[in-house]
Ligand binder design. Structure first.
Ligand code: HEC
Length: 123
């Protein structure tokens, strides 16, 4: 059985770092379950942005609320795709997309939206 060679594949490092970061965020979330952390505030800000800019096309939460058009994927579904990472979302939101209006996002708004979408992850 061949084991992945950590020294040859830099992406494994990135993956491990992301996992650690996620684990740390989870611990912080649990720790501050009743208080607002900066991460929570970012998620809340992202949710507000999503409500005003993204909800016409996307179902933006896991509550099952249906968006008007069903061509855009639910954010919860996006969050649960194995290929979705903070980086992939940030890259996506930086590129102009033919089916999405060119909403101009500041880096902070982009970060908030990404944090919000990732907060919907159920796995
Ligand atoms: C005018 C409708 C529309 C609006 C508004 C819109 N989107 Fe989209 N979005 C789409 C469609 C349609 C797709 C999927 C089809 C595609 O990828 O071409 C999509 C795809 C995406 C994806 C990619 C999912 C994947 O497969 O990786 C993300 C992430 C996303 N949108 C985020 C957002 C965010 C964040 C906003 C608000 C700032 C937003 N969208 C606003 C129509 C929209």
């Amino acid at each position: 059985m061949s084991r992945p060679n950590l020294h040859r594949n830099p992406w494994l490092h990135v993956g491990a770092a992301l996992l650690l970061a996620l684990a740390a965020m989870l611990l912080i979330r649990l720790h501050y379950a009743n208080g607002a952390t900066p991460a929570d505030q970012s998620v809340q800000a992202g949710r507000k942005l999503a409500e005003s800019w993204c909800s016409p096309c996307h179902a933006i939460d896991a509550s099952g609320a249906r968006a008007q058009t069903r061509t855009a994927p639910d954010f919860a579904a996006v969050a649960n795709m194995p290929s979705t990472t903070e980086l992939s979302l940030k890259v996506f939101l930086q590129s102009s997309h033919p089916t999405m209006p060119n909403v101009i996002l500041t880096p902070e708004q982009r970060g908030d939206l990404v944090n919000y979408i990732l907060s919907l992850r159920q796995i």
